[in-house]
Design a protein around this ligand. Structure first.
Ligand SMILES: *[C@@H]1O[C@H](CO)[C@@H](O)[C@H](O)[C@H]1NC(C)=O
Ligand SMILES: *[C@@H]1O[C@H](CO)[C@@H](O)[C@H](O)[C@H]1NC(C)=O
Ligand SMILES: *[C@@H]1O[C@H](CO)[C@@H](O)[C@H](O)[C@H]1NC(C)=O
Ligand SMILES: *[C@@H]1O[C@H](CO)[C@@H](O)[C@H](O)[C@H]1NC(C)=O
Length: 251
């Protein structure tokens, strides 16, 4: 079995055991509205996870997506909102997994990919700024991804979908999930009609900056419980990972 098999099994396990949520209640997203969105595919073109372009040479995703995969098996695809398209394709030079990532607990579930060549920016491809502030509850955020759009989980969504979600405090999240949620995570409110699903892992949780502001990356999808119970979605916090990101990438 190759490395891709491992990714598929991981995703399937997530779908059954802990990630039966879906990016449901979403709408089709134009890549020009989410130019920082990238998908991670297993060579040549098999979808694995979502990601965000944070620099011409760096892409951020969840550690669980890439920790067991050789860089040469990975392709980062930008500039397309369809899994049926090959898009702008970049090889991966190296995979950097957070040193304290715990695959069983999904803690510090963050990874950086260094690309083999510089990303060519366009109307549909650009980087996103990293969050510099923590989020209080009640803020409107956007999530985009190719995760399944129905439950029971069937296939990935060929079109990229986006959905608006509300942040909740870590205390609210911890109470809802009945387990500790530290500052290394952040959460969005659980609803039975909206949320992440298998296939959305690694994807970018962002906040629009308004007319003069800058859209920023606050989290990457990490894990969750079945959406039919309206449980929160849990993300790795970009702000908390900031020192590590700086050490690895200089950003
Ligand atoms: C950007 O994406 C749109 C589809 O959303 C496509 O029609 C257009 O040709 C793309 N533009 C560039 C410069 O790739
Ligand atoms: C994607 O490709 C498959 C197989 O070629 C096709 O059946 C499907 O209609 C395509 N979907 C979209 C959204 O283009
Ligand atoms: C996550 O990483 C930080 C260091 O960046 C560490 O202090 C923290 O204990 C880790 N969290 C867990 C749950 O391992
Ligand atoms: C899911 O994908 C498989 C393989 O691409 C395809 O054979 C099947 O028809 C798809 N199922 C649905 C419900 O789209």
């Amino acid at each position: 079995m190759n490395a891709f098999g491992a990714v598929v099994i991981a995703l399937a396990w997530i779908s059954v055991e802990s990630f039966e949520q879906r990016l449901i209640g979403g709408q089709k997203a134009k890549i020009s509205d989410f130019p920082f969105y990238a998908s991670i595919r297993i060579y040549p073109n098999r979808y694995a996870c979502g990601a965000a372009i944070i620099d011409r040479f760096w892409v951020m995703t969840a550690a669980q997506c890439v920790y067991s995969v050789h860089p040469s098996s990975l392709v980062v695809v930008a500039g397309t909102s369809s899994l049926n398209e090959t898009g702008d394709r970049y090889g991966v030079h190296s995979v950097h997994v957070h040193p304290l990532f715990n695959a069983a607990m999904k803690t510090n579930d963050t990874a950086l990919l260094r690309l083999t060549r510089s990303v060519v920016y366009s109307k549909n491809v650009s980087s996103i700024a990293l969050a510099t502030d923590s989020l209080p509850g009640g803020k409107t955020l956007e999530l985009c991804g190719h995760g399944a759009t129905q439950y029971p989980f069937t296939n990935m969504s060929v079109p990229l979908m986006s959905v608006e979600l509300k942040s909740i405090t870590n205390a609210q999240c911890s109470a809802a999930l009945n387990r500790p949620i530290t500052k290394y995570n952040l959460c969005t409110k659980g609803k039975t009609t909206k949320g992440a699903c298998v296939g959305d892992v690694g994807g970018p949780l962002t906040k629009r900056g308004g007319v003069f502001g800058t859209t920023k990356l606050y989290g990457t999808v990490s894990w969750g419980y079945p959406c039919s119970q309206g449980m929160p979605d849990v993300y790795s916090s970009v702000l908390a990972a900031r020192p590590w990101i700086r050490t690895i990438s200089g950003l």
